[in-house]
Ligand binder design. Structure first.
Ligand code: BGC
Length: 744
């Protein structure tokens, strides 16, 4: 078996050898503009001054050299709002009056817009607020692939798909850096789970790593000249990310030409010599390894001073590319500004996903609905803070109930709220009360059912909250927490006009909810303006247009890593040293002394798995309905040796204006390689008035059709037959055409 695989692989190698393609040369990084000045500065620095730049000074800053006019680097947590000011050496807030920021919709919400334009504006908004606060670098965007629906930070990340994630990461980066602030792409790399995140050792095939997990980082470096990268907590192939020569040296700096600086995740540095020689620039936030220990290592000859110079040079490139803001000029105005609040609204309203809408229950029929029951704790719960880590001290946050009430004002409709299910608190999380064992609270349920019975329409706002989805641990379940399934069954019996709205950043098991809901929406952790956006979608002031950036599996056991038994890690001290991936390659790997995350599903992440293995899902990747309808016709696809040119006609066939996200997938049924059934290769958001038609053109560059050739250790393109599939979701394909991929 192994032999056969090797033979097939060899045959492919020969067939494809001529087709190996490297990325075209990139334009020079803006970071290279001050090399002479940097050399002069380094010449004047003492060893102590150099080493002093390579570790944290305060919780969110690292030192410059005052004597030489080199300012400190000031960091601000992103990725979805500028974090408040902290005390210099603790996680405690400084309690400033002016540091309340705009809370932007979290990562998966941004991705649900499938809008590069909004990603740019989002990055721009983050950059502008960071400048008001005197920050040089935003710790974001967070662009790991959503491998696990229940991953603790799935809500922060963008998508399960690399093409969608990469496109948005590029625009976020450009938006931020065009506004004079550096990004810090995080968490590099393969930080796809929070359980054991500080010890887990990821084993992944080179092909899956290059094709699935690295593209968002690669694209943001190569196409957007990202200035900063944060090394993740975990290990990859035996080495911590903060001292991983393959990730930091070979891939990031050599293959991608990264010229900027790498900082460790907070507390994620593990060595002195190995870290600094592999390419770590700054240990954050302390100086256990890159402080005195580094000085000693240089003096003892274990680290050559030229390596320290190189690390300093990389920091100075960023320092000189970003204009420092003197402390006296920071925090003069409130961080959150109306311009950014507008961006938060635009992202939020385009992110909401309409999963189902039986018999057009939505938008709310204002002529006939007189009494609306809004039920659920999440209807009144702000989501800007919570969990461990990433949070935003928001200037304000419009809750769903406030947004609905505001948008129905003057309509004569009476709105009443009932809590329905209990609030899962920070204390519950800290004392390890499970949100999944709770049965409904009888008193809260009775009150809600009573209200539902006395109303014309019920809007249930449930899902997770920021204590359920949290950094530091994965969700043990994707069930609706806190007895919500049972509550929903009772509500539907009391009043079948049930609209369910789920506040979440990742997939939920909505099988029971779907059966009793006539309409169903995902409204995310949707930022400061989330309530207004929801009110506008429910009342029809806005037409829903978000599409799922990940699949909604039927149940957790269907998730690839679960069904292959490689997650959750059964034995945290497993010592496997041989891995066989789906492509059939046996790889020997260094034994690990911690838990191992074996990415056995290989390329088949998310819809790639469900499609290829024919595993049914509740809602597929890319799904999202509208209040209007769209017609697709006249596909013309051409391959020209440099990529694909696709053109088709999109028409708004309904009676309302709306926006459709068209999706382009490519299938390679005759490929000699193991491949997913189809893969996203392009997308576009298109706005249409009722009756309007537009010709949509999509270009797929040849690089996007490449695969990672594990034997050549390089990219290659396989010429031959392919199918272009144009759809409204990954499973709602409207147009197909066969083409032949050729090379120049
Ligand atoms: C997180 C990072 C974050 C850092 C600083 C870490 O725990 O993983 O994403 O930027 O803390 O708050």
């Amino acid at each position: 078996m192994e032999r056969t695989n090797k033979l097939i692989a060899m045959a492919c190698l020969i067939a494809l050898a001529a087709a190996c393609t490297r990325q075209p040369a990139e334009k020079a990084s803006a970071l290279m503009a001050h090399e002479d000045e940097i050399a002069r500065l380094i010449d004047q620095m003492t060893l102590e001054e150099k080493v002093n730049m390579l570790h944290g000074k305060h919780m969110f800053s690292s030192a410059g050299v005052e004597r030489l006019g080199i300012a400190d680097m000031e960091y601000a947590d992103g990725p979805f709002g500028i974090r408040e000011e902290m005390e210099p050496h603790s996680w405690n807030s400084l309690g400033l009056a002016n540091d309340s920021a705009t809370f932007f919709p979290t990562g998966s919400a941004l991705a649900a817009t499938w809008s590069e334009e909004l990603a740019y504006r989002y990055g721009e908004g983050m950059g502008k607020e960071a400048r008001l606060r005197g920050k040089d670098m935003i710790l974001g965007p967070a662009i790991n692939i959503q491998r696990l629906p229940n991953g603790g930070r799935t809500y922060e990340y963008l998508s399960e798909d690399p093409v969608l994630s990469a496109a948005l990461a590029v625009k976020y980066t450009l938006g931020t850096q065009d506004n004079g602030v550096a990004v810090c792409l995080k968490h590099y790399a393969l930080n796809n789970q929070e359980d054991y995140r500080g010890t887990v050792d990821v084993r992944v095939s080179p092909r899956a790593m290059h094709e699935i997990y690295l593209p968002p980082f690669e694209a943001a470096v190569r196409e957007a000249d990202a200035y900063g990268v944060m090394a993740a907590y975990n290990k990859v192939e035996g080495d911590w990310c903060s001292e991983n020569e393959m990730l930091l040296g070979r891939i990031l700096r050599q293959q991608w030409g990264f010229r900027g600086m790498v900082i460790s995740d907070w507390g994620g540095t593990h060595s002195t010599v190995k870290a600094v020689t592999s390419g770590l620039n700054v240990e954050m936030p302390g100086q256990r390894y890159l402080g005195q220990a580094l000085l000693d290592s240089v003096r003892a000859g274990a680290v050559d001073e030229t390596i320290v110079d190189e690390r300093v040079r990389e920091i100075l490139r960023v320092r000189l590319a970003i204009k420092p803001i003197p402390a006296g000029e920071a925090n003069l105005r409130m961080t959150s500004q109306p311009e950014q609040q507008r961006i938060a609204y635009d992202v939020a309203v385009n992110a909401i996903v309409l999963l189902k809408n039986d018999a057009g229950l939505l938008p709310i029929d204002k002529a006939n609905v007189k009494r609306v029951a809004v039920i659920g704790d999440n209807a009144v719960r702000p989501q800007s803070l919570g969990g461990v880590g990433a949070g935003v001290k928001a200037l304000y946050e419009v809750t769903p109930l406030e947004g609905i009430t505001d948008r129905l004002q003057g309509s004569g409709i009476d709105i009443k709220w009932a809590q329905g299910y209990p609030y899962y608190t920070k204390r519950d999380r800290e004392t390890r009360v499970s949100p999944y064992t709770n049965t409904p609270d009888p008193a809260l349920m009775a009150e809600a059912v009573e209200l539902a019975r006395a109303s014309d329409l019920v809007i249930f706002v449930g899902g997770d909250n920021r204590e359920v989805e949290t950094e530091g641990s994965d969700r043990p379940s994707i069930a609706l927490p806190l007895g919500q399934d049972e509550l929903l069954r009772e509500l539907a019996l009391a009043n079948p006009n049930l609209v369910t709205v789920f506040v979440t950043g990742g997939p939920l098991d909505l099988r029971a909810a779907q059966q009793v809901s006539r309409a169903m929406l995902i409204s995310w952790f949707n930022g400061s303006e989330g309530g207004h956006a929801l009110g506008d979608v429910l009342t029809g002031a806005a037409t829903p247009s978000g599409k799922l950036p990940f699949s909604f599996p039927l149940k957790l056991e269907d998730v690839p890593a679960y069904s292959l038994g490689v997650y959750p890690q059964q034995n945290p001290r497993k010592q496997d040293d041989v891995f066989v991936n789906l492509v059939g390659n046996r790889r020997e790997a260094a034994p690990s002394d911690g838990p191992v995350a074996d990415y056995a599903e290989d390329l088949l992440v998310g819809y790639r798995w469900y499609d290829t293995r024919q595993v049914p899902v509740l809602y597929p990747f890319g799904h999202g309905l509208s209040y209007t309808t769209f017609g697709y016709s006249d596909l013309r696809a051409k391959a020209d040796g440099k990529g694909l040119d696709i053109e088709f006609c999109l028409a708004n066939t309904g009676s309302r204006e709306g926006e459709e996200v068209v999706q382009l997938y490519v299938a390679r049924p005759d490929s000699k390689l193991v491949r997913p059934l189809k893969e996203l290769k392009g997308f576009r958001r298109v706005a249409l008035q009722p009756g309007e038609k537009k010709s949509v053109r999509l270009r797929v560059p040849l690089e996007r059709l490449r695969h990672w050739d594990e034997f050549a250790e390089d990219w290659a393109v396989e010429p031959g037959e392919a199918e272009v599939l144009i759809g409204s979701s990954s499973q709602d394909i409207r147009l197909t055409q066969k083409i032949t991929i050729t090379m120049d």
